[in-house]
Design a protein around this ligand. Structure first.
Ligand SMILES: [Zn+2]
Length: 211
C-alpha cells in the first residue's frame, strides 16, 4: 500500500491542507478541534457538492467529465454513494488511500459533530484491495436514496493496493460481490425479472475488466 505522500499529487490535491502526517485532507473531511477526522463528512459538504457541482475531494468546480471511486459491486449496479470528483483527484484517492473514499454513508448518533455523516466502508472492507475509478460524462443524483446513478464510462481504472489491479483480482472482487446482489434481487417483488436484470448488469460489468 502506498503512503499518500508517495503518490504524485495532482495540483488540486497538493493544495489541500495536510494533517500531521503530511497527508492531504480531502475537502469533504470534517475537522474536529483542529484535527481532521477522515471518517467524517463535514456538515454541509454533501449539500454544497450537489448544489455547486464541486469535486468531492478538492472542492473545485467539476468539468464535463467526472469520476467516481467505487467498489466492484458498484460496477455492476452502477450506483455510487458519494458525489463525483475530478478524474485526477479520484485517481489519486484510489491509488493513495482507500480511506479517502466513502463507498457508503449513514448517520451515526453519537460522538460526531451535529449534522456530520459517517462514511461506512462496508464495500471496500469486504474487498479491501480493489477500487475502481469510473469516469463518465453523465451521472444523476437520486435524492430519495442518497445515491448517484453513473452513466456509461468513458474510462475505467481498476486499482488494488495502490497499483493497477490484475484481471484475476478484478474478477475475484466482482465474484465476491455477486451473491449479495443476487440475494437482493431474490427479495425483489419480481425476482425472476430482477435476476435477469442482474445477469445483464453482470455481463456488462465483465466487459470493463482489464485484459
Ligand atoms: Zn478535484
Amino acid at each position: 500500500m502506498n503512503h499518500p505522500t508517495d503518490v504524485p499529487m495532482p495540483p488540486r490535491i497538493a493544495h489541500l491542507p495536510r494533517d500531521k502526517h503530511q497527508r492531504p485532507v480531502p475537502w469533504f473531511v470534517a475537522w474536529v478541534d483542529g484535527v481532521p477526522d477522515f471518517r467524517v463528512i463535514a456538515a454541509g459538504k454533501l449539500d454544497d457538492a450537489i448544489r455547486f457541482r464541486c469535486c468531492w475531494l478538492c472542492g473545485d468546480p467539476l468539468g464535463a467529465n467526472a469520476a467516481f471511486v467505487i467498489g466492484p459491486m458498484c460496477a455492476i449496479n452502477r450506483v455510487s454513494a458519494e458525489p463525483p470528483s475530478h478524474r485526477d483527484c479520484a485517481d489519486y484517492a484510489a491509488r493513495a488511500c482507500p480511506f479517502l473514499t466513502t463507498p457508503n454513508m449513514r448517520r451515526r448518533d453519537s460522538q460526531l459533530p451535529d449534522g456530520a455523516v459517517e462514511p461506512d466502508g462496508i464495500m471496500l472492507r469486504r474487498n479491501p484491495g480493489v477500487a475502481l475509478v469510473w469516469v463518465s460524462r453523465t451521472w444523476r443524483l437520486q435524492p430519495q436514496l442518497g445515491l448517484w446513478t453513473v452513466g456509461d464510462p468513458t474510462e475505467t481504472r481498476w486499482y488494488a493496493e495502490g497499483r493497477p489491479a490484475t484481471r484475476t483480482e478484478v474478477l475475484a472482487s466482482i465474484a465476491s460481490g455477486l451473491p449479495l446482489l443476487r440475494a437482493e434481487a431474490e427479495k425483489d417483488q419480481r425476482p425472476a425479472a430482477a435476476l435477469a436484470e442482474l445477469d445483464a448488469q453482470h455481463a456488462r460489468a465483465l466487459e470493463l475488466v482489464p485484459a
